[in-house]
Design a protein around this ligand. Structure first.
Ligand code: HEM
Length: 540
């Protein structure tokens, strides 16, 4: 027996406790010594050894309030520890200039430190959100941009938003939602899912039908049961996909791979992921078969999937340039799968939550609602049976301001992550390569240095001449810089059309004058309750 082992076995319980206590005190002393002598200290809440500030954040119960209070207390540049990792939080527009510049010299392309969980999910080098490989990321960005910004796609998207909305109106009418209050926040992710499925692949997802059936089982929606069931399975798999991302991102590898619970959880998540990937591939394969049969380009619909299938073929409908050095040849099913998954995961919940916030704020501000209607009557006319055209949307300047003001006051994403790839200087302070940065979107958008009376809902901020005084980088509802949301053009088409469809024809009424949207901060601000009645508009 070695001397050390012999020593350990000769310890009494009391000795062991004293030894453990001494080691703990040494560890804590060392931790706080390093903390108090750290290079470039910023103000921030005192971290605890091992866990950092995680408990303070969790106990606060309201992440958004916590971050705004922290900024009020510590200033616009403060630090937070997640475990032993230091994050630098920034809550003022000029501080994020280097990070959100669209310049090629941007030193903050990557969002997060390397993560084996994201590697395992195949997300570190595929798609966009977590892609660390600039060339691969550029490939997907290009794929999105060249389809989503074409006029043909935008026109078709405007039509499909209206189709999905008409479907929802039918359900609302059938369920008597003009007379009784209901949870609007349940319906929005279903509505945006059905709308996004149409826009992404010209497919009727029927997720609203499934929700409708749960209210009215004796008189179900007129769709075959297996299609509704399939829709439910798909939407559940997608919701699990989001928690799978969170699981792989946040659970340490040792727990995922070396503990029985971790291994069984990982398997469950991977099974769901493989099912989802295979289902999307199956959709692509079927569409490819149909696509091959259509000879004439003009007969093709301009959903995202069809457009992707045409890239670098004689039927190309995208804004692809011959001899493109980023996308060389037709796209593979795997490439398209990554794009489709991102369109569905990036576009459904974000849009659904913003609609809830817009409906709430406009309903609370009758003067804003009146001005919206004035704009709709002038631009779109008073004949409600006349469809809204894509070309009309650019003229909806006040609607645009209402959407931006909602995105400022109640952003869907409160924070945005980046990592310094090189040493840099921010706000006059040195930043080391590898430093994790948290852009406080909410903090910047509520900062009185950029927005007078920041808590006030005032769409006029975005109208002439006020809009000329808006500070650069002070509105980040779609992020900014090289990674700015590639779906923002589509999102604005959808949002403007939906706001017009709702407020031209309806007068949503909050269940009580004090009703507020209830939401929790997951990776986004997820609205789970907004009780209202969907009354028809009274024509004055
Ligand atoms: C109201 C709707 C939406 C909001 C508020 C929103 C917001 C955002 C934000 C804040 C980011 C981070 C940008 C950054 O890091 O600077 C982002 C990224 C992204 N969004 Fe959106 N988004 C919306 C709709 C959409 C739609 C409709 C799509 C798909 C068609 C989409 C796809 C994506 C993708 C793929 C990324 C990752 C981009 C990258 O890392 O390069 N989003 N979005």
């Amino acid at each position: 027996m070695s001397t050390v082992t012999h020593l350990i076995f000769s310890l009494t319980l009391w000795d062991a406790l004293i030894l453990f206590g001494t080691l703990l005190i040494l560890y804590i002393t060392r931790f706080y010594y390093s903390y108090f002598t750290r290079e470039t200290p910023f103000p921030g809440p005192l971290p605890l050894p091992l866990i950092g500030n995680v408990i303070q954040i969790s106990l606060s119960g309201d992440f958004n309030k916590w971050m705004l209070d922290a900024q009020a207390k510590y200033g616009d540049m403060w630090e937070v520890y997640i475990g032993s990792e230091k994050q630098l939080w920034l809550g003022r527009a000029d501080l994020v200039e280097n990070i959100l510049t669209a310049s090629k010299d941007n030193k903050y392309f990557i969002r997060n430190p390397p993560n084996s969980g994201l590697d395992e999910m195949g997300l570190s080098y595929n798609g966009m959100v977590f892609n660390r490989n600039k060339e691969r990321w550029q490939f997907y960005r290009k794929m999105f941009a060249q389809a989503l910004t074409t006029v043909k796609f935008s026109r078709q998207a405007t039509e499909w938003v209206q189709q999905a909305f008409a479907n929802m109106e039918g359900y609302f009418m059938e369920l008597g939602f003009d007379k009784k209050e209901f949870n609007f926040a349940y319906w929005m992710p279903r509505f945006t899912a059905d709308m996004t499925f149409l826009i992404a692949m010209d497919k009727h997802a029927c997720t609203m039908a499934s929700l409708y059936n749960s209210y009215n089982p004796s008189k179900p929606a007129p769709y075959p049961q297996e299609i509704v069931k399939e829709a439910d399975e798909f939407i559940t798999a997608f919701q699990t996909f989001t928690s799978t991302m969170k699981y792989f991102l946040l659970t340490p590898e040792i727990i995922r791979t070396k503990t029985p619970i971790g291994r069984s959880q990982s398997k469950k998540h991977m099974d769901n992921l493989n099912w989802l990937y295979e289902s999307v591939l199956e959709i692509i394969r079927k569409k490819r078969e149909d696509f091959e049969k259509i000879g004439d380009k003009d007969q093709l619909k301009s959903d995202f999937l069809t457009m992707m299938l045409t890239v670098n073929t004689p039927k190309d409908m995208t804004q692809n340039r011959a001899g493109d050095s980023i996308i060389k040849g037709p796209l593979t099913d795997e490439d398209i799968k990554a794009g489709l998954i991102e369109m569905l995961s990036g576009g459904i919940d974000t849009t659904a939550n913003l609609i809830c916030f817009i409906v709430y704020l406009v309903t609370k501000h009758p003067e804003v609602k009146a001005r919206l209607r004035q704009e709709f009557d002038t631009v779109l006319g008073t004949d409600l049976s006349h469809p809204i055209k894509y070309e009309d949307l650019n003229k909806l300047v006040y609607t645009d301001a209402v959407i931006k003001e909602t995105g400022r006051l109640m952003p869907v994403t409160s924070i945005n992550l980046r990592m310094a790839e090189e040493d840099d200087i921010i706000g006059g302070y040195p930043i080391k390569k590898g430093q994790q940065i948290v852009i406080s979107t909410l903090g910047i958008q509520h900062n009185a240095k950029h927005w007078p009376n920041p808590k006030e809902f005032n769409p006029d901020r975005f109208l002439e001449p006020n809009c000329h005084n808006i500070d650069r980088y002070s509105l980040e509802m779609f992020g900014g810089g090289v990674r700015i949301c590639p779906g923002r053009h589509l999102a604005m088409i959808e949002l403007k059309t939906i706001v017009a469809l709702i407020f031209r024809k309806y007068d949503p009424e909050l269940a009580t004058p004090d009703t507020k949207p209830k939401y929790k901060n997951e990776s986004i601000n997820q609205c789970y309750e907004l009780m209202l009645r969907f009354k028809p508009r009274k024509i004055e």
